[in-house]
Design a protein around this ligand. Structure first.
Ligand code: SF4
Length: 202
């Protein structure tokens, strides 16, 4: 499986201390839609053609930006995923957004939550987001970061209990585990090529 991850903005409504892209509400700007489209087509040509993940930043706070990206690649038939902190999962707007994502062929909603997100949102909101996404027939993945391999720090125990809770209450959820160390890029100014995933940064 080789795919593409495009980090389209560093603007986010959260300021998680583990954020691999150092996103904050104070960061400005987002990737140009034409550049996004070019990068996706280039990645396809380079063989990274199994999936595309639109990552950030929380681009859902920037109006309909994500739909412009999706429209630009609507002819491409590969697995498409979006990443969100889902902080608005309890609002009616979340349903409308999911409906639009469906129309644009999104397959998977990747929701990020762990100890590091907990100062900014709560588990009930995450559960509500999962429920709504499943109801709309999306695949759901939960992405969480651990800081120790043995999962024995208070932060990791919090995250572990969250994962257990989600696993107990929902079936067919994919879990993606990351380490606080794994993605510490020395600089955010260039493109990074990982083995099976091409990452393009804004
Ligand atoms: S929600 Fe995600 S993008 Fe935003 S600061 Fe936290 S880790 Fe970074």
């Amino acid at each position: 499986m080789k795919g593409l991850r495009v980090v389209v903005t560093y603007k986010c409504n959260f300021m998680c201390s583990n954020c691999r892209y150092s996103c904050t509400p104070y960061k400005k700007g987002a990737m140009d839609v034409q550049k996004f489209k070019r990068e996706v087509y280039q990645a396809m040509d380079d063989g990274y053609n199994n999936y595309v993940i639109i990552d950030g930043g929380e681009y859902f706070i920037s109006g309909g930006l994500v739909f412009k990206y999706l429209k630009s690649i609507d002819k491409i038939n590969i697995k498409k995923s979006i990443v969100t902190n889902a902080n608005w999962g309890k609002k009616e707007l979340f349903n409308y957004t999911l409906q639009s994502l469906k129309k644009y062929g999104i397959d998977e909603i990747i929701i990020k939550y762990d100890y590091f997100h907990s100062p900014f949102t709560d588990i009930d909101t995450i559960k509500e987001s999962i429920k709504k996404s499943i109801r709309m027939d999306f695949k759901v993945a939960i992405c969480s970061t651990f800081e120790s391999e043995s999962i024995n720090t208070p932060k990791d125990i919090y995250t572990y209990n969250f994962i257990k809770d989600i696993n107990k209450n929902f079936s067919d959820i994919k879990f993606i585990f990351e380490s606080t160390e794994a993605y510490k890029f020395p600089s955010l100014s260039h493109r990074y090529i990982l083995k099976n995933e091409k990452v393009v940064l804004y």
